[in-house]
Design a protein around this ligand. Sequence first.
Ligand code: UGA
Length: 428
Amino acid sequence: MTVGARIAVIGGGYVGLPTAGVLAQFGHTVVCAERDEARFRALAEGRVPIVEDGLADLIAEVVAKGTLRFVRRAADAVRGAEFVFLCVATPEGDGGAADVTFVEDVATEIAGALDPGAIVVNKSTVPVGTAAAVERITGVTAVSNPEFLREGTAVRDSLHPDRVVVGADDLRAAQRVGELFSETGAPLIVTDKITAETIKYASNAFLATKLSFVNALAGLCESVGADIRDVVLGLGYDRRIGFDFLRPGPGWGGSCLPKDAAALVRIAEDAGYDFTLLRAAIDVNDESRERVVRKVVDAAGGRLSGRTVGVWGLAFKAGTDDRRMSPAVAIARRLVELGATVRAYDPTVPTGPGTVDLEGMVLCADPYDASRGAHAVALLTEWDELRDLDFSKVADLMASPTLVDARNLLDPDALRRAGFSYAGVGRS
Ligand code: UGA
């Protein structure tokens, strides 16, 4: 086991911070570079600028132990480092392809400061072939070590991953990177760079397809009068299928699944393969969001102009403040477009003038305020606190008590008793 390795982590975001924290916890000495001034200042002052369960405690612990510190410039972080983890964003670029500008910029920036024996580790999700490009730019060995953590459970996922994948041409380099994570006890898969990069896309594309499958089934259930919750029970007990990623909802979102599905379609296309199955999964996802919009229109009496809609939840899922590619935001924006006055609440979104993605919405301090005068409420993110509301009070506040539960979070019978008409997903 490698203990006390000198590690640089470039990027202090949703992937970089848990990675840096966990590697520091394993006893390595970690320097994390965050170039955004406001984020860097927060981190240097001991504040964690994202909502992520357990992350603030982990970071505080390793900073106090002296195994993690923050710097602004990537070049400063990599001096003397044996391993350099690239954890920068690769947003969706033109035509669905991932934009690797940040990865290439960092590689260029650190090239002159790297020790000749350093290993650059690509954690960011990058198009197949990027590790080879990083190797060319930096002049040192590059390996692919894709990240499988989920936002909201990032610390747990990083401490206890299902597997560690390392792709490299140099077997010794791959083993050394794998050893950094030996404390996790997870199986280590060593392969070549291109295969490792493909594994990451394959995993996210499979999860996206599984979710689209269950969301399509939910649509079918609504048509034939079946109940998706029991269908999922019947499916999930088959161990070959399992229960994970079978919760129907308003469609899959976040900064990874949509971007990576689009990128893999594009990667396949560029390589001459038409990935029709994945394209269909993306289509079903668009349709899943639209089905929720239609339910809200119906719940509000067939039109939205001149109507008020309460929106509960804006984050792409519970447990995170991330709204990138959030189905909740996409649906709320559609409701605004269709003429509704949207009163929105999310525990991670402050009231006051919202950011540009929330333009045209009234941001409320709590779910009661969001339901004031509403002709329908749409529950779009599965925040636990929404289970325990006083629904009679909500009904009294609304113009007409109808609720569209896009996460199947609430108990329809209890709501009906409180005077609501209720529409879930995949259940009549
Ligand atoms: C996803 C993958 O799950 C991680 O393994 C991967 O490392 C990560 O992308 C990444 O590439 O960085 P994440 O985007 O954090 O993680 O979120 P998920 O928990 O996968 O949720 C994705 C979307 O699916 C959310 O909109 C969520 O609400 C939805 N979902 C998930 C459902 O609608 N039903 C489910 O049963 C599960």
